[in-house]
Write a protein that binds this ligand. Structure first.
Ligand SMILES: Cc1cc2nc3c(=O)[nH]c(=O)nc-3n(C[C@H](O)[C@H](O)[C@H](O)COP(=O)(O)OP(=O)(O)OC[C@H]3O[C@@H](n4cnc5c(N)ncnc54)[C@H](O)[C@@H]3O)c2cc1C
Ligand SMILES: NC(=O)c1ccc[n+]([C@@H]2O[C@H](COP(=O)([O-])OP(=O)(O)OC[C@H]3O[C@@H](n4cnc5c(N)ncnc54)[C@H](O)[C@@H]3O)[C@@H](O)[C@H]2O)c1
Length: 451
């Protein structure tokens, strides 16, 4: 009998299994494909390997695919080693929940046959997939879903990628924006077909405005309020036909990427036949990530909401702490997130609009990278840091960065927001010179000047 069975070996499952085993719990993790899940094999890591090459300017397009493959291989074997060293037993095969209750039973179809595994606790970490779009022809060749788009050699690998001159992307979320920017910077003609007039719906309004300007400057075409009706093949090309409030729009492209949201995976592992509560938004959990069935937890993308690798890991921490009789509860306002486009975007805390919706009176200030010595030295001055603090008690509520190395800069802001620090105290924490972090400090001081 195991103490913990983890179903799914992505970032959520890996972290939960590692923490469980390191805390002395007898742990088994079941994975049907490759360790590392979406994040390592076709999500965060491959896209950022491309990002570093294409946007960071390290090396050529020719080297890019191999660089990505090497990183994925290296990290994949790193996870195997980590699991072994932590004392996690890894079972490769497809798991199916057979029963839940006092004892959780999962049956695993392995290459050697069926194995039945019993445990006191079960953690479901089966992830998400791209939402299937329902228009006619959505499954034609040349049409790719966002969750697997980085695995296609014809989009990224030289010389195969030379064949593809134009790409259209349906969606305007993080996946759509990141892929559109990478492909544009590789020289493709890129069209973003948007559901509304927005991009990155959860981002701050000034950041969105700046992002749209940057996308236009890059000559990425955007079509607003596009509703796809059908797709057809015209020779080697895909023709997407749809409507907008201004009339019919047809787009011809070599490849079409469907990136209009990810949805939790709720089928294929016995969830439907179990007593575990779920809706199409995901498996329902409480603040400890426990489902309605005591001893059964769900973490990561399968719970819906914000789908982020780091959040999946912290969900894992929350579940394991609860199993150990301790508590770690996540405040959704304290989950930072980043978008690896050009300029980079990073967020900690809430937006001005969210503050307004909650009747919180706020003060807001900005500082621009144009006035920052290190940004000037890096010749990368495009963007700003926007800070939002409570008018009442000066608590830092939100930090929104669009600019150089935004994703590396957000850690400090995430700490300050999560710890409920006052903007004045963060500003008075000495920031070294010359660094990009001074732009954050400058925005904080400006908050004092403006109020
Ligand atoms: C293109 C793209 C880029 C992304 N970039 C970022 C980023 O930069 N930063 C970020 O934070 N997030 C990013 N994400 C999101 C991130 O990948 C996910 O939030 C993260 O992978 C979720 O982790 P998870 O453990 O919940 O699920 P997953 O990583 O999806 O892992 C689930 C695992 O469960 C396994 N599994 C499923 N069913 C079974 C079964 N029945 N038996 C055995 N195993 C099973 C699957 O094979 C898979 O390995 C990106 C996603 C995509 C698609
Ligand atoms: N850098 C990162 O952290 C990173 C990178 C990629 C993905 N992710 C995560 O993965 C998850 C999924 O990303 P995503 O981009 O699919 O989702 P998302 O929720 O960010 O965006 C979905 C987008 O698709 C649009 N859309 C919805 N229905 C549509 C339709 N019928 N036609 C056209 N557009 C439509 C929405 O308006 C929205 O802009 C997110 O939670 C995201 O945070 C994170």
């Amino acid at each position: 009998m195991y103490d913990v069975i983890v179903l799914g070996g992505g970032p959520g499952g890996n972290k939960a299994a590692e923490l469980a085993a390191r805390n002395g719990l007898k742990t088994v993790m079941i994975e049907k494909a490759r360790l590392g899940g979406t994040c390592l094999n076709r999500g965060c890591i491959p896209t950022k390997a491309y990002f570093a090459r294409i946007i960071g300017g390290h090396g050529t397009i020719e080297e890019m695919w191999n660089h990505k493959e090497q990183i994925v291989e290296k990290l994949n074997s790193g996870i195997s080693t980590l699991m072994k060293m932590s004392g996690v037993e890894v079972v490769l095969g497809t798991g199916k929940i057979i029963s839940t209750g006092e004892t959780q039973i999962v049956e695993v179809q392995t290459s050697e046959g069926i194995r039945q595994i019993e445990g006191r606790n079960l953690i479901i970490a089966t992830g998400a997939r791209s939402l299937a779009m329902e228009f006619e022809g959505a499954d034609l060749p040349g049409i790719i879903t966002g969750d697997y788009a980085v695995t296609y050699p014809e989009l990224w690998k030289y010389p195969d990628c030379e064949e593809v001159k134009s790409v259209a992307v349906i969606g305007a979320g993080v996946i759509a924006v990141e892929l559109a920017v990478l492909l544009r910077r590789m020289g493709k003609e890129v069209t973003i077909l948007k559901h509304s007039d927005q991009v990155l719906r959860r981002a701050d309004k000034d950041v969105k405005k700046k992002l749209i300007q940057s996308l236009k400057k890059m000559k990425i075409t955007m079509v607003d309020y596009f509703a796809p009706e059908k797709a057809l093949l015209e020779g080697e090309q895909v023709k997407v036909c749809g409507t907008t409030p201004k009339g019919a729009v047809d787009i011809n492209c070599d490849r079409l990427i469907l990136a209009s949201s990810m949805i939790p995976i709720l089928d294929g592992y016995g969830l439907e036949d179990s007593a575990i509560e779920y809706s199409k938004k995901g498996i329902k959990v409480d603040k400890h990530m426990e489902t309605n069935v005591p001893g059964v937890y769900a973490i990561g993308d399968v719970t819906g909401g914000m789908m982020l690798a780091h959040l999946a890991e912290y969900h894992g921490l929350s579940a394991i702490e609860h199993i150990l009789g301790r508590e770690y509860v996540i405040n959704p306002d304290h989950v930072p997130w980043c978008v690896f486009c050009d300029p980079e975007i990073a967020v900690a805390g809430i937006t001005e609009d969210e503050a307004e919706a909650r009747n919180i009176s706020v003060k807001v200030a900005r500082a621009y990278f144009l006035g920052n010595g290190m940004a000037q030295a890096l010749n990368n001055t495009d963007g700003f840091v926007k800070v939002i603090a409570s008018q009442e008690d000066d608590r830092l509520l939100g930090v929104h960065i669009i600019g150089p190395e935004a994703s590396s800069l957000i850690g400090e802001a995430a700490l300050a927001v999560a710890q409920g620090m006052k903007a004045k105290d963060v500003a008075r924490t000495i920031h070294p010179h010359p660094t990009l972090t001074e732009c954050f400090k400058d925005a904080l001081f400006r908050l004092e000047e403006d109020s």
